[in-house]
Design a protein around this ligand. Sequence first.
Ligand code: PAF
Length: 285
Amino acid sequence: MSAPELIRDPREWQRRCREARQAGRRIALVPTMGYLHDGHLSLMREARRRAGADGLALATIFVNPTQFGPQEDLSRYPRDLSGDLAKCGQAGVDRVLAPEASAVYHPLHESWVDVTSVSQGLCGASRPGHFRGVATVVMKLLHLSHPDVALFGEKDWQQLQVIRAMVRDLDLDVEIAGMPIIREQDGLAMSSRNAYLSAEERVRALSLSRALFEAGARARGGERRAAALQAGARAALEGAGVRVDYVEVVQPETLRPVAEAAPGSRMLVAGFVGRTRLIDNVGLP
Ligand code: PAF
């Protein structure tokens, strides 16, 4: 497939998307922060499929500063625009928006989207302001792109619920599609932040998916008590040298903790392997 068109200016992007919509073309959007891996590419291939032959498959590549805390990895977040563009082309993306932060945020920017309840707890508790930054930039990208459908990975399960709540509450006319987690062969959930891991840390990072799969197996075997499932996963993570941020069994939409796992309940984990914070999750049977 050919290289996508690269657009830097959000206003030009918005004008071109408006024209496409007026011409009756279907638009499928994949927002990313770049440094693309197979998880992103699965979203892009699905965007291509959903846009159809006459439609537009769009991707954005923007490391959004407002979703990083002051002590977080904004400055060292991995970037590779030319490699990303080649991958977007192979996945069938037609156009990529890769703006400068100064083109996205006005110097006097003062408007924010706060999704209150589902943003609290879990990653929201340890990363204050993170989901406000995510919701605000996703709202801006939706306004700029006018998509029929926007696709997000289920690895960021809480993010997906925040975006769904925002779309529901603010009557946005867009379908939000959640796509399954793509894993390495050994189970590690694909993430741009895996690039930070040393060989030894990568081995330890495997404990996240293993702890989740083990909890899933125990739930299948009849263990429904969330506390028991969480304790088992936490012990496995700590045993592998992961500094646990949280291990929670939750209702999948509201993310409220549950005492008993029910079909569809989700187990979410976050932890530090060295300096790298990783997250993963699994649906419980
Ligand atoms: O999941 C991500 O890569 C980002 O949080 C997103 C949705 C592109 C917003 O910056």
